[in-house]
Design a protein around this ligand. Structure first.
Ligand SMILES: [Zn+2]
Ligand SMILES: [Zn+2]
Length: 342
């Protein structure tokens, strides 16, 4: 049975990377190299770790668990704080992010899933972000939050957050702080977040039967403050707690519990107890992985059929050329025989 990383779905012709608009993305990746000249101190490394961790929280607790899934409630002020904090992670606006993420759950691992690894691991990790097709906000997917004018403003001017943070970092910590604290932590933060779209659908274990290939991975959970329990999350999407058991470390949830204690967060949703021991992969048929295997097998068959068809075309052209050349030689010989004196 095919279990590798073979591409299952051919991408739509409109799904391709725009190299020109990807230049800023590439430049941000190059910016941390400036540390060769600026040098690095422990203070810069700590700043980098703090900015990574705090901004990861804004993405996981804010963009993901709150704006995408309503897994707890906040008042309008804290909602705005969470949205602004999320923009500093340089992952565009909260409405853009959450609307696309809702589509991921709606179409997970089907041809309509924007970043399924079944379209290619590299595509699911970063390719789709560099594609113009998905740059607009699908307001129809997120009318519940699009009704707030302050969120629409932040979504439109989502560059304000990152620029504010970058300038503040530079003023407070100098060029080294900017290079290591802001740029390096931004690159690490990007790829930490992207792992949930790519690796968390390929590597790890499945506990629950879901209609997709989502996995649970401790490593990804540690890097993403708890988002690595992705199979749990696909199983009960509305739960603010993604590490369902005490041993499943979920830093975002612990922080949300602390914020509930001080009255910032309310109505934290947890997975219903009856679901925790139900629909286990080990007890029955895993339809999600079955569909994934079928899709990957379809991809292999389709590319094998393309290769076969290419080989056939090549062979057919070769035979036709040989026949044409033989006919021409025969005609030449016949002409020569006619003109030769008897
Ligand atoms: Zn989600
Ligand atoms: Zn997923």
């Amino acid at each position: 049975m095919p279990t590798g990383l073979h591409v299952a779905y051919e991408r739509d012709p409109t799904e391709h990377v725009n190299l020109v608009s990807s230049i800023p993305f590439a430049l941000v990746h190059l910016a941390p190299l400036a540390m060769i000249w600026t040098g690095v101190t422990w203070r810069d490394v700590i700043l980098c770790a703090v900015l990574y961790q705090v901004r990861m929280f804004f993405i996981t607790a804010g963009y993901h668990r709150y704006f995408s899934h309503h897994s707890y409630t906040l008042n309008r002020f804290w909602q705005l704080v969470l949205a602004f904090g999320g923009t500093t992670a340089v992952q565009k606006g909260p409405l853009w992010w959450a609307a696309l993420h809702r589509d991921h759950h709606r179409y997970a691992d089907t041809p309509y899933d924007i970043h399924s690894p079944l379209k290619g691991l590299w595509w699911s990790h970063v390719g789709w972000i560099l594609c113009d097709k998905y740059s607009a906000t699908r307001f129809d997917r997120i009318p519940d939050f699009a009704r707030f004018p302050e969120l629409r403003w932040l979504n439109k001017y989502n560059w304000v957050g990152p620029w504010t943070l970058a300038v503040a970092t530079f003023l407070a910590f100098g060029l080294r702080g900017l290079v290591v604290g802001f740029f390096l932590s931004t690159v690490l933060l990007w790829h930490g977040t992207f792992l949930v779209n790519s690796a968390a659908h390929v590597f790890g274990r499945r506990r629950y039967v879901t209609h997709d290939s989502s996995r649970n991975s401790l490593l990804i959970a540690l890097v993403t403050s708890g988002e690595g329990w992705h199979n749990n999350h696909h199983y009960v999407q509305s739960s603010a707690r993604q590490g369902f058991f005490w041993w499943e470390i979920d830093l975002t949830y612990y922080t949300l519990v602390a914020l509930r204690c001080v009255g910032v967060v309310h109505d934290l949703r947890r997975p219903p107890k009856r679901l925790l021991r139900a629909n286990l992969v080990c007890d029955g048929f895993d339809v999600g992985m079955f569909d994934t295997y079928i899709a990957r097998a379809g991809g292999i068959l389709s590319s094998a059929s393309d290769q076969l068809s290419d080989t056939y075309d090549h062979a057919r052209k070769g035979v036709a050329t040989s026949i044409a050349s033989a006919v021409s030689t025969a005609e030449d010989l016949a002409r020569e025989a006619k003109t030769r004196p008897a």
